[in-house]
Design a binder for this molecule. Structure first.
Ligand code: AMP
Length: 570
């Protein structure tokens, strides 16, 4: 047996064992100490960047790689069964023990090794312990996964993964390969602790590191800049995504008005689409989604339209893409574009409504007052009909806000976003400088945790979805929805649910919590049917929130707040 234990700080083995140590301690201070020592020990900047990116729960730094790896549970399941020579039932048993595939794999490998040793058959471990993995080798394999598209890509992906798994030196490495790929690190290391560790490792203050991270949205890059004393270079630049400024919520026009210290304020329609940054630099265009994925290729007409803006050589716009033809169309049409079901502007036309200008010809504008940014924005000539400015007016009373809210709803929009005209743009922060007003009873963003086949004409498709909200690190079920999706969406969802299946119970499937839904409902009631203690009354799916991750779903606290806020308890 060739066992190569590379004791280098930059090996993937060291990364994995460090993650295990971080997970094992409940103390935040100890986690920071372990991680900062590890980061200091990394010799190569490239490896430092990769390690911090993985630790932040990402496979790639935002904006640097066009395609995700697109490795789902089903692909991993096949590869794991093959390399560990396990049956489905055996793998399911291990999976159920941990609820995460990475830990299941680690345990499975460890047991197989023990068994092989005990029986004198070292065949299994021989294939495992060959040569040790470096951080950059793992990263490059992930890049290869993201590049494998089109026909034959599934078997290519399986080959890459098998290659990776067969080169591990300790079972823990296999676990973290899976955890990084499935975005399930779960080692008790929230982004804040990674930032604290970077600050401590390279003798910087936490606010410096945090600010840099909010602006460049790339914690790996920030770590490298911090180590090299170049944090001041963490600047907003076109073609590199930044975090979005977020809005607070108000329940009524009155309470919204009272949140502002400066009047008049800007009031804008709240468009029901997807948030997008449009970046331009010397003719090159990139469009980023809310979770900072590169979505340029989904909207070729927007890319082409952006190139027609002649006033500036480089700029960054913030705005919303909506489905639109003379009037707003259903959000479902936009989703056809995002799923590449439809690529053309003919059957799923879109419009980009710009509401902010973050960068212009070599200067970041985020520190400037909104009024000045908007003035600069409105000097651009945006190509109609694919681009336009958001509807925006100065308002100075709750009555004006209420009137504009009704107007916005009547036109088919969602409500209003009201903004302080003196406020800077604060990436990644939800504050009271932007406040949204939606409708009386809110919607909830939830995640699907289980699903069932339908009945009657929906017998062959998965059309019933059980969904949950977050409660700390747990998920709590609040309801089951049957309505709101079109037949086409249900057909598509059936495939997605199959690929996310963790446990197949025949008519019902437990699925990996990944698909986020926005659900509307009539009321919330107390119920012992679900483990949350609450149930939504008449839930209906408003839309599938492809743009949101499970980290962004609503909390049980919000459910409680809405319940308590209902005037008539059901
Ligand atoms: P929510 O997704 O409910 O938290 O609402 C905030 C979202 O509203 C933002 O992230 C944008 O995607 C969207 N939005 C629509 N219109 C506007 C607008 N005029 N200004 C700011 N955000 C807007």
């Amino acid at each position: 047996m060739t066992t190569v234990y590379e004791d280098s700080a930059d090996s993937f083995q060291k990364f994995s064992l460090t993650c295990d140590r971080i997970k094992a301690t409940p103390s935040k201070l100890e986690k920071i100490r372990i991680l900062s020592e590890y980061l200091v020990g990394l010799k190569d900047d490239k490896d430092l960047k990769i390690a911090v990116t993985f630790l932040s729960g990402r496979v790639f730094p935002p904006g640097e790689v066009e395609q995700e790896t697109n490795v789902g549970y089903s692909t991993l399941w096949i590869v794991i069964s093959k390399i560990t020579n396990s049956k489905d039932t055996e793998l399911s048993r291990y999976y159920r023990k941990y609820g995460d595939l990475g830990s299941a794999l680690e345990d499975l490998i460890s047991e197989k090794i023990t068994k092989a040793k005990n029986s004198g058959q070292l065949q299994f471990s021989q294939t495992l312990f060959q040569k040790s993995l470096t951080m950059s080798h793992v990263y490059n394999c992930f890049l290869d996964l993201s590049k494998s598209t089109g026909s034959g890509s599934q078997s290519r992906k399986q080959q890459i993964l098998s290659g990776l798994f067969s080169n591990i030196t300790v079972p823990s490495e296999a676990k973290y390969i899976v955890k990084v790929l499935t975005n399930e690190m779960r080692i008790g290391l929230v982004e804040g602790l990674v930032e604290e560790s970077v600050a401590r490792a390279f003798s910087k203050t936490l606010p410096e590191v945090r600010m840099a991270n909010l602006i460049v949205a790339n914690s790996g890059m920030v770590a490298v800049l911090a180590r090299n004393g170049k944090l001041s270079e963490a600047k907003l630049l076109p073609l590199r995504p930044t975090n979005y400024m977020l809005a607070d919520t108000a329940e009524t026009a009155e309470s919204l008005f009272l949140k502002f210290k400066n009047s008049p304020m800007y009031s804008e329609y709240k468009y029901d689409g997807i948030r997008a940054q449009v970046h331009v630099d010397s003719g090159q265009v990139k469009i980023f989604s809310r979770n900072l994925a590169d979505i340029t290729s989904f909207f070729p007409e927007l890319e082409a339209g952006t190139k027609m803006i002649r006033e500036k050589n480089s700029f960054i716009l913030d705005g919303e893409i909506i489905a639109y033809r003379g009037k707003p169309l259903s959000f479902q049409l936009l989703q056809r574009r995002l799923r590449k079901i439809s690529r053309s502007n003919n059957d799923a036309p879109i419009k980009y409504l710009a509401f902010d200008l973050l960068y212009s010809n070599g200067s970041a504008l985020i520190q400037e007052a909104l009024g000045d940014r908007v003035q600069a924005l409105r000097k651009l000539t945006l190509p109609e009909p694919v681009m336009g400015f958001s509807e925006q007016r100065l308002v100075s009373s709750a009555q004006e806000i209420s009137d504009m809210f009704v107007e916005s709803k009547n036109l088919g929009y969602e409500g209003l976003v009201v903004k302080d005209r003196f406020s800077p743009y604060t990436p990644g922060r939800r504050g009271s400088n932007w406040v949204k007003l939606k409708k009386e009873l809110d919607t909830l963003d939830v995640v699907i945790v289980a699903c069932e086949y339908g009945h009657g004409k929906r017998a062959g498709v998965i059309s019933d979805y059980t969904f949950a909200v977050s409660d700390g690190s747990q998920l709590k079920v609040v309801g089951k929805a049957y309505s709101g999706l079109s037949d086409e969406e249900i057909a598509n969802m059936t495939e997605i649910m199959k690929s996310l299946t963790i446990q197949d119970q025949g008519y019902r499937r437990i699925v990996k919590p990944q698909v986020v839904l926005e659900v509307a409902f009539d009321a919330i009631q107390i119920s012992n049917r679900h483990d949350s203690g609450y149930a939504l009354r008449f839930p209906r799916i408003k839309r599938i929130r492809d743009d949101k991750s499970v980290k962004e779903i609503d909390s049980l606290d919000k459910v409680k707040r809405i319940y308590e806020g209902q005037r008539v308890r059901v």
